[in-house]
Design a protein. Structure first.
Length: 111
């Protein structure tokens, strides 16, 4: 009986130790997962999001600096800017031929 009492009295202590080990392991894995997610987001930000924001800022600056007389490439067509509106611009592609294109169609400016 003595051995049985000893084993029974040690069982709750062993169960508590096992529960603590499992909880500690879960906390470590959650922390590791959180760090992994933060590192993955940082890599995506610095390799994709940040360069794209920079490129879009340069493109917007180019559109803001457009002025009448600039030679531009819009939708694959070269021409000179004749008039600038809020969302569109008028572009002369040949003498007397003026077309209206969206500002977002402008791919480049030759000065």
């Amino acid at each position: 009986m003595n051995q049985v009492d000893t084993v029974v009295s040690q069982a709750p202590a062993a169960a508590d130790a096992a529960t603590n080990a499992v909880q500690t392991g879960q906390q470590g894995s959650v922390g590791g997962l959180l760090i992994y997610c933060l590192v993955a987001f940082a890599i995506i930000y610095f390799l994709m999001i940040r360069p794209n924001k920079k490129r879009m800022a340069e493109y917007q600056k180019m559109l803001d600096e457009l002025k009448v007389g600039d030679r531009i490439l819009a939708a694959g067509i070269y021409g000179k800017v004749k008039k600038i509106n809020e969302k569109t611009l008028e572009m002369e592609v040949a003498k007397g031929v003026v077309i209206e294109v969206s500002k977002n169609a402008v791919a480049g400016v030759e000065k």
